[in-house]
Design a protein around this ligand. Structure first.
Ligand code: FMN
Ligand code: SF4
Length: 435
């Protein structure tokens, strides 16, 4: 089979290549219930990706590939075998560019994702015993398809490295420094001093609007590495002027921002922060505490979260496999030293956990997202002694990935969200996705 495979090395950023020697497959595969899967993003020269619907999972389009068998020496070897079995493609193992490793969609294990460029004119022989349908989609189309989390993450990654995100928001990205985010891949423009003043004024105007609209408080989002958070962190702010971030030091940007907002509203004013960034040079709770202590008087509360954008190991919407009440210790540190009310989010799943965090003065209020997405009656059930019938969040991350690509958040356990999604699909989005 002449597949004329060409690897687009410039397409992907430089994760360390995963070689047969480094792939820890056989030990993992031996664990009961553990599943290792290798998939390929096969791309053509027109930026189209080949997706298949398999006999096993016919409802979703996904990249071709399959399970790593005990006799496969590595995920690469498994992929070469799968490409041959499923598509009749004879791919050279050295042609795969390692892309990423993601948590397995349906339980314990990993999905090893690679990419390679092939020509669709090559004679692919689709094995119809395994594959129900195979089709080329443009990357833009592929991103709108319903997809399992691993597929979604792979498509996101392909898009992130090819498609400028400024196209989505309609103007050039701006930030504290011209450092690209490792997920979005686009280099922002550093804000000038005049523009910083404009941004502060715009935050102030927004706060005034919120008060006029009847809001009871204002929370400024300084978490997760977005514009404000990016100014606070030496990871993303290496300016050579007085707005440069110094771990634990005063942030001139934050001081000016809070002053401006305070001048436009008398509402309680809080700050949502990442207590751990978990990246080289990123903030930890001690550095953050130092910075916040300089603006403590301007604040009415602190809202605790964690993480910035990273390709793997996201802490913003943390895996349920990380421990419960994830930021509890850091929240307690901020609460103790700043003497401010603390709102705390991150992996709370039972009412006992919530009550414990309040009782031991870790936090004054607990915020929850996924527990309530998975079961909107969560609180009612716990309060009426039916806690054991709560539908737990199963860490599938569908809410996370659907939020990026669809207009509504989604959870497969929430009946109302299911019907909203069905209505949306029925209103033409599905037909738009079909070629
Ligand atoms: C679908 C979804 C969307 C989210 N959007 C935001 C957001 O816009 N701003 C934010 O600060 N946090 C956002 N988060 C993070 C949550 O606020 C929360 O910190 C995180 O999910 C951990 O809480 P949980 O374990 O209760 O879900 C989002 C989380 C989910 C699941
Ligand atoms: S989609 Fe539902 S079950 Fe899955 S992670 Fe989100 S809240 Fe949890």
């Amino acid at each position: 089979m002449d597949a004329s495979v060409v690897v687009e090395r410039q397409l992907l950023r430089t994760d360390p290549p995963l070689t047969s020697a480094t792939a820890p497959v056989s030990r993992r595969a031996a664990q009961p219930g553990h599943r290792e899967v290798a998939v390929a993003a096969l791309l053509d020269g027109d930026e189209r990706v080949l997706l298949v619907r398999t006999r096993k999972l016919p409802l979703h389009w996904q990249p071709p590939g399959g399970g790593v068998d005990p006799e496969d020496s590595s995920p690469v070897a498994a992929l070469v075998r799968e490409m041959d079995e499923e598509l009749g493609l004879d791919l050279d193992p050295s042609s795969f560019q390692f892309e990423m490793r993601i948590k397995y969609d349906f339980g314990s294990g990993s999905v090893y994702c690679f990419s390679a460029t092939v020509s669709p004119s090559d004679r692919m022989v689709v094995n119809s015993a395994e594959i129900a349908e195979a089709r080329w989609f443009s990357l833009a189309e592929a991103r709108t398809l319903p997809a399992y989390p691993a597929t979604r993450a792979l498509l996101d990654r392909l898009l992130a490295s090819r498609q400028a995100r400024s196209v989505e928001i309609g103007h050039q990205l701006v930030a504290a420094s011209a450092i690209p985010c490792p997920v979005m891949g686009e280099v922002p423009r550093e804000l000038s001093r005049d523009e910083i003043a404009t941004v502060c004024a715009q935050f102030g105007a927004a706060a005034a609007l919120a008060e006029a609209a009847g809001a009871h408080l204002v929370e400024i989002h300084a978490a997760h590495g977005y514009l404000v958070g990016g100014f606070l962190s030496p990871y993303s702010n290496v300016r050579d002027d007085e707005y440069r971030a110094v771990a634990g030091g005063q942030s001139r940007f934050l001081a000016e921002l809070l002053d401006t907002v305070r001048s436009r509203t008398s509402l309680p004013l809080g700050l949502r922060v990442s207590v751990v960034e978990n990246v080289d040079g990123g903030l930890d709770v001690d550095g953050l505490l130092g910075t916040l202590s300089h603006v403590r008087q301007a604040l009415s509360f602190v809202s605790v979260s964690g993480g910035v954008y990273v390709p793997e190991g996201d802490l913003i919407i943390p895996s349920r496999l990380l421990h419960r009440m994830l930021w509890r210790e850091q929240a307690a540190v901020l609460r103790r030293h700043l003497a401010l009310p603390v709102l705390l989010s991150g992996n709370f799943q039972t009412l006992d956990e919530v009550e414990a965090a309040i009782a031991d003065r870790t936090a004054d209020m607990v915020l929850m997202v996924r527990s309530l997405l998975a079961d909107p009656d969560w609180l009612l059930k716990w309060r009426t002694g039916q806690g054991t019938s709560v539908q737990p969040c199963i860490n599938c991350n569908l809410c996370k990935y659907h939020t990026r690509r669809e207009p509504h958040v989604y959870c497969p356990f929430n009946p109302e969200l299911i019907s909203i999604r069905r209505r949306w699909l029925g209103n033409g989005s599905r037909s738009r996705n079909r070629r």
